[in-house]
Design a binder for this molecule. Sequence first.
Ligand code: 8YV
Length: 312
Amino acid sequence: MTRPRILQIGKLLPATEQALAAQYDVHLLAGEADPKAYLAREGANFVGVATSAGVGIDGATIAALPNLKVISSFGVGFDKVDVAAARARGIPVGYTPDVLNDCVADTAFGLVIDAGRRFTDSDRYLRRGDWLKGPYPLATRISGKKLGIVGLGRIGRVIARRASGFDMEVRYHNRRPVEGVEGYEATLEGLARWADFLIVAAAGGAESRHLISREILAALGPKGFLVNIARGTVVDEEALIEALENKTIAGAGLDVYEDEPRVPARLIACQNAVLLPHLASGTHETRQAMGDLVMENLRSFFATGQVAVAVP
Ligand code: 8YV
C-alpha cells in the first residue's frame, strides 16, 4: 500500500518528524527554495498537512493543495491556520489543546512571580556586582493579591487553580460568564481596574486584536502588572512599551510578542519587563505530548475520516 503523502509546512520537533516519516511519505515545504513554485508543480500529490501554531497554513497554500483531506497542527492556537478556508472544503483541522495547559499555566505563574518579585532583574543586579554596593530594592508581594484572568478557557482555569495556592482572589473577564464559575467581571476595564496582576489567556486572532489597549493599561494603573502567555496580538505592544517606559503600569511578564521572534529594542530596554522567548509549552514532556497528538490526529483521520481533536 502506498503511504499517504503529507506536506510538512515548517520544522517540527525531531521526534515528531521521525514519527511522521515512519508512517507517511513526508515532504518539508520549508526546505524548498521556491515554495510557491513547488506547490504549483506538486501540490496535487498531497492529502495531508502537518504544521504548527507558529507557522500555520494560509488560504493560498490550502488552495494550492487540491486533494488535501486533513490538516494536523502542533499547538493550541490556530490563529495562523485559515480554518475558514479548510472548513469551506470540508477539511478537518486537528490541533493539540489540553496537553499543554499545565506548562502554560506554570509559565504564567512564573511570570507573575518574576515580574512582581523581580527575580530576573535582581539576578542581573547580582551578576553586575551591584550587591556589593548595597541591597536590591524592595519588590511586590504576590500572595494574597488580586488576580484578573482575561479569557477563562482551558488554560485560564488551570491558572485560576494555581492562584488558590497563593491565596489570591481571582476574577475573570470573558465574552460571557462561565457557568458555575464565580468572579465574572462584565468589562475588561473593570477587571483591569480591580486587578493587581492581569493575565492574558485569551485566544489570538482578529477578534481579540489589541484587546489590551492603552485604556486597559491605564485602568491597570501604576501598581498593576500585565502578564501575557496567549498571543502578542492581543496586546497593543506600542501602548504597552509606553506604559512600561512611563511607569504607568508597574511591570510586565511576556512570553509572546506581536512580531515573533522580533522583539522591539524599546521593549528589551524596559528593565521592568520579564521577556521570555515564547517557551510556555516548551518542556520535553509537554512538547512530546503535543507531537503525539499531532500523530494521533492523522492516524485517527486515516482510520476513521475524523481527527481525534478538531479545532472548535
Ligand atoms: C507552540 C503555542 O508550542 O500551542 C500554541 O499555540 O503557541 C505554543 O505552545 C508553538 O507555537 C508551536 O508552534
